[in-house]
Design a protein around this ligand. Structure first.
Ligand code: C2E
Ligand code: CA
Ligand code: CA
Ligand code: CA
Length: 279
């Protein structure tokens, strides 16, 4: 009815204003988050499908704000990208991921991969590779253990520039993964034109595996297409035995998801090794 329509409009306007106010407050909070030690990292295990062995971890950032409680990275990363704070946050993530994983290496001899998400805003910076090299050097972390996850979204740099950046990373021994494969407009041209070491199939595709045959065909086509380019595939967001069995059947190389393990803080990562030693 007309009346509902009006209310809806009023509600919409109010929520837009709320969004702007909240955003401003969040940005202010985020500005002091590093200094106030409100940011921390969690690590989600990744496994080889064939051997079942631990392959490494994806680093995921968390913000526990004194003012707002837990704020999802899906919320604050885009804000940080908009106002440039992502550069500082990105450096913080790498430094702390490397230091944490060095401890794990010293304690448990673990030398697997550590994947770090990188925003296009970071990667568009001309000093990007140099910054990573600097942090690797300062922390004494082995570049061969680092994997950089990039998505195809929001690149202002040309394809040639992105290709050059990837080549520079690879020349340092760093592994470069295409994240969220299939979700963007240019996934296929990215895959075709850039030399990725690994492709991660997005959770949205894995989610649908159980539900309809078309989606299954879609995922298996993605896996075999990437394999035909001699690139290994990692499936993210695997939650069920059915999904696991299907991905195994399709010769997906690596797997990550709640079925295997949720993202965990570094002290829990240590427990993971203690437990596996017991077995
Ligand atoms: P992403 O790179 O696609 O990361 C995967 C997301 O899926 C993570 O959400 C992870 O916790 C979640 N996930 C993994 N397995 C499962 C599963 O089996 N079930 C369900 N329901 N979820 C699963 P999270 O940690 O909330 O991160 C969201 C996004 O925020 C990430 O998506 C990434 O784009 C961004 N992000 C997180 N940490 C960083 C960071 O340090 N830097 C940058 N630039 N972005 C980050
Ligand atoms: Ca990722
Ligand atoms: Ca991502
Ligand atoms: Ca994803």
């Amino acid at each position: 009815s007309k009346r509902e329509g009006k209310n809806r409009i009023r509600f919409f306007r109010k929520s837009m204003l709320d969004d702007i106010i909240n955003e401003t407050k969040l940005v202010q909070g985020l500005k002091t988050a590093i200094k106030n030690e409100e940011l921390f990292l969690v690590f989600q295990p990744q496994y080889f499908v064939e051997t079942g062995k631990l392959r490494g971890f994806e680093t995921l950032i968390r913000w526990k704000s004194a003012e707002f409680g837990f704020v999802s990275p899906m919320k604050f990363i885009p804000l940080a990208e908009k106002n440039g704070m992502i550069l500082q946050i990105g450096e913080w993530v790498m430094k702390h991921a490397f230091l944490a994983m060095k401890k794990i290496q010293n304690q448990y001899d673990f030398t697997g991969k550590i994947a770090v998400n990188v925003s296009a805003v970071q990667a568009n910076e001309s000093g990007f590779v140099g910054t990573i090299a600097k942090i690797l050097k300062e922390t004494g972390f082995d570049p061969g253990r680092l994997e950089i996850e990039i998505t195809e979204t929001a690149y202002t740099n040309s394809m040639d520039q992105v290709r050059e950046m990837i080549a520079e990373l690879q020349s340092l021994g760093i592994v470069v993964a295409l994240d969220d494969f299939g979700t963007g407009y240019s996934s296929l041209s990215y895959l075709q034109q850039l030399p990725f070491d690994l492709v991660k199939i997005d959770k949205t595709f894995i989610d649908k595996i159980n539900f309809d045959l078309q989606s299954n065909k879609f995922v298996s086509t993605m896996v075999s297409m990437v394999h035909q380019m001699n690139i290994p595939v990692l499936a993210e967001g695997v939650e069920t035995e059915e999904q696991k069995a299907f991905l195994q059947l399709k010769k997906c190389d690596m797997i990550q998801g709640y079925l295997y393990g949720k993202p965990i803080p570094i002290d829990k990562v240590g427990e993971l090794f203690n437990n596996s030693n017991d077995k």
